[in-house]
Design a protein around this ligand. Structure first.
Ligand code: AMP
Length: 215
């Protein structure tokens, strides 16, 4: 069983890299942001609770995030392990996590802020199936439509200049110290997130001593 955490600033490719890692190794990909977005789309009580905070690019309260993570992991559908994406994002969340679960490694996707801005502002999301697109490198075949399900591509509510500035500030202030905690435990593999996704994935696997990626 393998348990990984993936960290990196917005737009660093956490979702893409998690999915690539999860597929080959039969890991369950758990994205706290995706769980929140699903709840917003389905108009649940949790969705209503987190919507404004998310749209402003701010962090959702720790108790809410922790209960979502606890509930998701308690489903125990992760026989071969999991990769958790977007969590922990600050020191209290890291402490909560380390008290309850041991982890095998932390993948840190490293991306300079200038590149983050370029990528995030070009990001689109399918309103039907949730697939991620980047209009710079990964445009859909038909403008504004998902290649996979034909759904409309939309901009994430928090992919704006304003929300991005808040998220970058929080990342540097609150999430970087978490990396320091993990680094002290020698869990962290830092990978340059600028190359093509497959090259990044190879580097992740090399760093974690895992078998090579096979598309
Ligand atoms: P993401 O998809 O990981 O970029 O997350 C989108 C948004 O969900 C964030 O900007 C936060 O508002 C919220 N969120 C996701 N994960 C967390 C977390 N671990 N702690 C607090 N808020 C979170």
């Amino acid at each position: 069983m393998r348990k990984y955490v993936i960290m990196g600033v917005q737009g660093s490719g956490k979702g893409t890299q998690s999915k690539m890692l999860a597929t080959g190794l039969d890991l369950v990909h758990i994205s706290v942001g995706d769980i929140f977005r699903w709840n917003i789309q389905q108009h649940t009580k949790l969705g209503a609770q987190v919507r404004r905070t998310m749209a402003a690019g701010e962090l959702v309260a720790d108790e809410t995030v922790e209960s979502v993570v606890r509930e998701r992991l308690s489903q125990h559908d992760w026989n071969y392990g999991f990769i958790i994406d977007g969590f922990p994002r600050n020191r209290p969340q890291a402490e909560f996590f380390l008290e309850s679960y041991d982890i095998d490694g932390v993948i840190h996707l490293d991306l300079p802020d200038t590149e983050v801005r370029r990528r995030v502002l070009a990001r689109r999301l399918c309103s039907g199936c949730g697939m991620d697109y980047n209009l710079i490198e990964d445009s859909p075949a038909t403008n504004g439509k998902c290649d996979s399900c034909g759904g409309d591509l939309v901009t994430r509510e928090d992919d704006t200049e304003e929300a991005l500035a808040v998220r970058l500030r929080d990342y540097h202030e609150k999430t970087n110290p978490v990396l320091e905690v993990f680094r002290r435990k020698e869990y962290v593999v830092t990978v340059d997130a600028r190359p093509d996704p497959e090259l990044v994935q190879q580097a992740v696997r090399n760093g974690l001593a895992l078998p090579p990626y096979q598309p």
